[in-house]
Design a protein around this ligand. Structure first.
Ligand code: 5GP
Length: 183
C-alpha cells in the first residue's frame, strides 16, 4: 500500500471484478447496438480503458475535460476545456466518470450533451458517493457505492498525484495537509 494512504477501500481484484461486471451488463443492455463512451478527463482514464475492454460491442471512445469551480464558487458552474471530437447525434451515449459526489458535474454533462441530440444518454460511474449529493442525477451504472471519504487511485488524484495506483484508497490526513507536488 502507498505510504500516504490510511486504508485500501477497493482492491485491484475487486475493481477488476466490478468493472468487468459493469461491462457485461452494458454489453447485454446495448446488444446489437454501438455505444459511444464519453469519458470525463482525467479521472476516467484507468476506469474507461478497463471498461471499454470489457464491452463486447462496437464502441466509440471520446473525451471531454471540464474545469469546475470549487470553494466559494461551488455552484456547479463548469467550463469546457476540451470538447468531443465527434458528433453524438443519434448515437447511444454513456458518460463515463470516476466518481459522482455532489452530482453537479454530471448534471452539467447531462444538460450539455442532451442538447446534441443523442439517441440515448446514460451515466456510468465507477464510484457513487451519495452522502453529499446536491443534484439528483440518474445513475444507470455504478460499480461501487462508497462512504463520505476522500479517495484516490485508479484515476482519482489529489493535487495531480496518485492516479496510477491500481486500487482505491483513503488518504492520510498528514498527506492532505503536507503534500502539494511530487516534483
Ligand atoms: P461532483 O461534481 O459530483 O461533486 O464531483 C465530481 C468530481 O469531483 C469528480 O470527477 C472528482 O474529480 C472530484 N471528486 C469528488 N469526490 C472525490 C474524491 O473522493 N476523491 C477525488 N480524488 N476526487 C473527488
Amino acid at each position: 500500500m502507498h505510504k500516504d494512504l490510511q486504508e485500501i477501500l477497493i482492491s485491484a481484484a475487486e475493481l477488476d471484478a466490478g468493472v468487468k461486471k459493469l461491462g457485461e451488463r452494458i454489453s447485454r443492455d446495448y446488444a446489437g447496438r454501438c455505444v459511444t463512451l464519453v469519458g470525463v478527463l482525467k479521472g476516467c482514464v484507468l476506469f474507461m480503458s478497463d471498461l471499454a475492454k470489457s464491452i463486447s460491442l462496437d464502441t466509440r471512445l471520446d473525451f471531454m475535460m471540464l474545469s469546475s469551480y470549487s470553494g466559494a464558487h461551488s455552484t456547479g458552474v463548469v467550463r469546457i476545456l476540451l470538447d468531443l471530437k465527434e458528433s453524438i447525434e443519434d448515437y447511444d451515449v454513456l458518460i463515463v466518470e470516476d466518481i459522482v459526489d455532489s452530482g453537479l458535474t454530471m448534471e452539467y454533462m447531462l444538460q450539455n450533451l442532451k442538447t446534441r441530440r443523442p439517441r440515448s444518454l446514460e451515466v456510468c460511474t465507477l464510484l457513487d458517493k451519495p452522502s453529499r449529493r446536491k443534484a439528483q442525477v440518474p445513475i444507470k451504472y455504478s460499480a461501487f457505492t462508497i462512504p463520505d471519504k476522500f479517495v484516490v487511485g485508479y484515476g482519482l488524484d489529489y493535487n495531480g498525484i496518485y492516479r496510477n495506483l491500481p486500487y482505491i484508497g483513503v488518504l492520510k490526513e498528514s498527506a492532505i495537509e503536507g503534500k502539494t507536488s511530487c516534483r
